[in-house]
Design a protein around this ligand. Structure first.
Ligand code: ATP
Ligand code: MG
Length: 561
């Protein structure tokens, strides 16, 4: 999608702000992850949106860690997030920012509000605060500590900071309106006491700001113009605005959009963490995970992810996107650039009895019919080859056009062969299929011979490389994994067959030197990526990225002489 084509309600707001010169012509966005997990595809949507806007308007884009809760945050997550944002293509301003670097300023700002009589130290417990807050239909009750004097509040807040009180004994709250129809304005908490080491600040702090208090200040200090966040913050916007107005500081504009939901997928960090910590998957970068690290390891390209984000665009209403659209994006991208290769996942041996022993021929194969520049390669052909078990049926069902006794089939880039005999063991298992070939039917020859209804892939047996192939399927069986039976949760919808490991695949020689992360189309099977962690020279491990669709029908059409 070209940049000019993009138009949505957020870009309309920005155009309007540029027209009225609201931010002196500036556009400055940010991506503010909390380092409490790996990024997922929903975050990719947010990065694509925020960075895309900065780029289109010649503005700036910050990567800022919202590291305000020491209980769940870790350096490992910080590192993975930086790597993932870069991989997705988000080019952030050189300095990576951390909300925790503003803790001192936030503290001063809190003192400012206390001094104005707009914040107070409250001794109610968490439960009491909840009880006093009221409901959507009932107003809240004022805290008995609400009318402490400014001096007392300043003294207590200072003592909160210096570590005099245990967790939960006191909070700092904004003094707004306990009867507000918007519950977020009923004296929200600004600081809570958490005696916990912070991954960057160490033991310097034992009071930590809440999201609502911290976020607007972070945006303001960085000169963000448009603070784009997901819909659940819509009801928090009045609070975002209240804090900045009361502080009398630079005031960015918050805009909300609908978060990405994908079918057959969970996108909450809490649930993803559960999948990892309870070992339902092999880690955050398990190729079945909807994390950016998982998609990368699976073999997705950043271009396909960006294209997906562009297609789904942004909206003001929540919806669920079909995961098939993601699969469509990667297929479309790889069709253009993945080299074709021959791989047999469930091999059975075929002996071509009239082909000379010890002879090897080199046959020319096209690397990518969609990309002439990709050229051709040579495929060795010999008397013994492997084909897929599924491409042979002793008793063919109706309309089965592949190999069966007495029938002919074309070998891709090679000859037409005819099945003469099936060799079995005592138990009836097929050991070998004996065929004859017709030397007059070599692919590419002017007169390549008779028409046959099917073309199958193969690998020369003495030249084949052994490979492990991992077939990945959707991680969940249900379109909405959260829809679970009474008393059960999303884990009950896990797909028990989401991973099938095949250890004795036979692949063409070129694949033996596949580089970690290299992607191929295995003819007739799908797109595969050499696993970035486990592929070794001569011993490749391939992850299935996505199956093929329809394209084989087209090839068969073209191959017909
Ligand atoms: P989760 O709900 O998955 O735990 P989060 O919102 O708590 O995610 P943050 O690290 O706070 O995660 O998110 C960073 C940014 O990414 C925020 O601006 C948030 O709005 C955005 N974001 C998170 N999830 C999605 C999503 N599914 N679609 C679009 N944007 C998202
Ligand atoms: Mg969040």
């Amino acid at each position: 999608m070209s940049e000019q084509e993009k138009s949505d309600f957020i870009r309309e707001i920005i155009n309007e702000d540029l027209k009225t010169n609201k931010f002196n012509g500036r556009v400055h966005t940010r991506f503010p992850p909390e380092p409490n997990g790996y990024l997922h595809i929903g975050h990719a949507k947010s990065i694509n949106l925020n960075y895309g806007i900065a780029q289109e308007y010649g503005g700036k884009f910050n990567l800022r860690f919202d590291d305000t809760n020491p209980e769940k945050e870790e350096q490992e997550y910080v590192d993975s997030i930086i790597e993932d944002v870069k991989w997705i293509g988000g080019k952030f301003e050189e300095k990576i920012l951390f909300a925790s670097d503003y803790f001192e300023t936030m503290y001063e700002y809190a003192v400012r509000l206390i001094t104005k009589g707009k914040a107070y130290v409250c001794d109610l417990s968490g439960d009491q605060i909840r009880e006093y807050r009221g409901t959507l239909t009932e107003p809240g009750k004022e805290s008995p500590y609400r009318n402490r004097t400014v001096e007392e509040n300043l003294d207590l807040f200072q003592r909160m900071r210096s570590g005099e009180f245990a967790n939960g004994l006191k909070t700092l709250r904004a003094k707004i309106d306990m009867a507000s129809p918007n519950i977020n304005l009923r004296d929200p908490i600004m600081y809570r006491i958490i005696h916990e080491e912070h991954h960057r600040q160490g033991k310097q702090w034992c009071i930590y700001p809440t999201y609502d208090w911290a976020h607007g200040i972070e945006d303001s200090l960085e000169g963000i113009t448009h603070s784009i966040c997901t819909l659940e913050f819509e009801n928090h916007r009045p609070l975002y605005d209240w804090f900045l107005e009361e502080l009398e500081v630079y005031h960015p504009r918050q805009i909300e959009f609908a978060r990405l939901n994908l079918s057959y997928t969970v996108l909450s960090k809490r649930k993803l963490l559960k999948l990892v910590s309870e070992k339902h998957v092999a880690g955050w970068d398990d190729p079945r995970m909807p994390t950016i690290a998982g998609y990368r390891r699976r073999g997705y390209t950043p271009e396909a992810i960006k294209n997906f984000c562009d297609i789904i665009s942004v909206a003001k209403r929540d919806s669920v996107i079909d995961v098939a659209l993601m699969e469509f994006s990667i297929r479309e991208d790889l069709n253009k650039r993945a080299r074709r290769a021959m791989a047999v996942l469930h091999p059975v041996k075929v002996v071509i009895t009239n082909y000379p022993e010890n002879k090897t021929e080199e046959l020319s194969a096209v690397n990518n019919p969609e990309d002439e520049a990709a050229g051709t390669r040579m495929l060795p052909f010999s008397r013994e080859i492997f084909i897929e078990q599924d491409d042979f049926r002793e008793v063919p069902p109706p309309k089965y056009f592949r190999l069966s006794p007495g029938k002919e089939v074309r070998l891709r880039y090679a000859y037409i062969i005819k099945c003469e005999k099936v060799i079995k063991d005592e138990a009836g298992n097929i050991l070998e299929i004996h065929c004859t070939y017709d030397a007059e039917t070599k692919s590419g020859m002017a007169n390549a011979g008779r028409k046959v209804k099917a073309t199958i892939h193969w690998v020369s047996a003495p030249h084949a490389v052994n490979a492990e192939v991992r077939l990945y399927d959707r991680l969940f069986l249900k379109e909405n994994p959260d829809e679970a039976e009474e008393g059960k949760d999303f884990l009950s919808n896990l797909n028990p067959h989401s991973l099938e490991v095949l250890n004795s695949c036979k692949v063409e020689p070129m694949l033996g030197s596949a580089k970690a992360g290299e992607r191929f189309q295995f003819e007739r099977l799908g797109y595969f990526c050499a696993d970035a962690k486990e592929t070794k020279e001569g011993a490749p491990v391939f992850n299935r990225i996505v199956t093929l669709k329809d394209s084989w029908a087209k090839i068969e059409q073209k191959e017909k002489p």
